[in-house]
Design a protein around this ligand. Structure first.
Ligand code: PSU
Ligand code: MN
Length: 307
């Protein structure tokens, strides 16, 4: 891969200084802000995520594309643009076209991971990772497999997330991660989490209990592989969605999506919107709490890796 010319990738001075001094940095994605949270809340949550990373001893590097530049580390006015403008959702395949045309967009796990790695950042925190969708009615398999998985298989970053939403086929997603040799770690859990729920009912292959242990796994894995590592951190117990409410919203959401013909990259944002609108604020509280917990855990691991 050709690395981006300097003009296409702009690091904030704070992030560049931290990396030059080998201080801990945590990359953060912008799709969760632009497309995963309601507009009235995203800027407040974005600031809390960055504050949380700082409080845990690392420098936050939120990633987005503005005016044809991939930005790693956003100044306050840039973060505000990401949270208020009507931005495209840019996966890795959309990055080249957006940069070449001077466009703007929010970056997904896939594009954020690649840009973080290009900048020299090894830890990345988010809410949920993309995965394998369930097949549409009448079709045997789904070809809607998030590019997040392929990028994790080929990009040496640690992704801290709360698993993925149960709208996805979690078992199939874990199989793909296994085929692609991406280690999956459960943080203080034996169960792989399902975003709003602490357990998907599926076991996690490896349990870790301390940030230092995660750092040792990342270092050991990195000696033999260029893939990423997925660290699954369940939503804090007090913010977990009630399972019955969750199951009802999921079933409703799936019917709405099917009825509305929603496809591809629009599925996750539409589903999140339904949950936020129909859960009386509970899904938003869960979403916020889990992202903050992942930002803190990512920072603590970054601190260990920088030792
Ligand atoms: N899961 C969430 N919230 C999100 C996303 C996933 O709970 O905002 C976003 C992430 O940016 C992820 C992307 O990388 O959706 C995956 O999209 P797709 O399935 O279209 O690859
Ligand atoms: Mn998809």
């Amino acid at each position: 891969m050709t690395s981006l010319p300097a003009a296409d990738l702009a690091m904030s001075a704070e992030v560049a200084d931290a990396l030059a001094d080998r201080r801990p940095v945590v990359a953060l994605e912008s799709t969760l802000l632009a497309h995963g949270l309601p507009q009235q809340h995203n800027l407040r949550v974005a600031a809390r995520i960055e504050d949380t990373v700082r409080a845990a001893g690392a420098v936050p590097a939120t990633v987005a594309v503005l005016d044809g530049q991939a930005l790693v580390g956003l100044a306050a006015p840039q973060l505000e643009r990401v949270c208020t403008e009507d931005l495209a959702k840019l996966s890795l395949r959309d990055l080249g076209p957006a940069l070449a045309r001077g466009g703007c967009g929010a970056t997904t796990v896939a594009s954020t991971a690649v840009l973080a790695e290009a900048a020299g950042i090894g830890v990345f925190a988010t809410g949920g990772v993309g995965g394998v969708h369930h097949p549409l009615p009448g079709t045997p398999v789904s070809w809607d497999v998030s590019a997040d998985l392929g990028v994790l298989a080929s990009t040496p970053v640690l992704l801290v997330c709360s698993g993925m939403k149960s709208i996805l086929d979690i078992a199939a997603t874990l199989e793909v991660l296994e085929s692609r040799s991406v280690p999956v770690l459960g943080y203080r859990t034996d169960d792989f989490p399902a975003f709003y729920l602490r357990s998907s009912g599926l076991p996690v292959p490896h349990r870790v209990d301390e940030p230092a242990q995660v750092a040792r796994v990342v270092a050991a894995h990195g000696r033999f592989s260029d893939s990423g590592v997925l660290l699954a951190n369940p939503v804090p117990a007090e913010f977990e969605l009630d399972r019955e409410l969750h199951d009802r919203l999921l079933a409703e959401g799936l019917r709405l999506l099917a009825g509305g013909g929603v496809r591809g990259g629009d599925v996750t944002p539409a589903m999140l919107e339904h949950f936020h609108a129909a859960s009386g604020g509970a899904s938003l509280a869960a979403n916020e709490a889990l992202v903050l917990a992942n930002a803190e855990l990512g920072a603590r691991v970054a601190v260990e890796l920088a030792r």
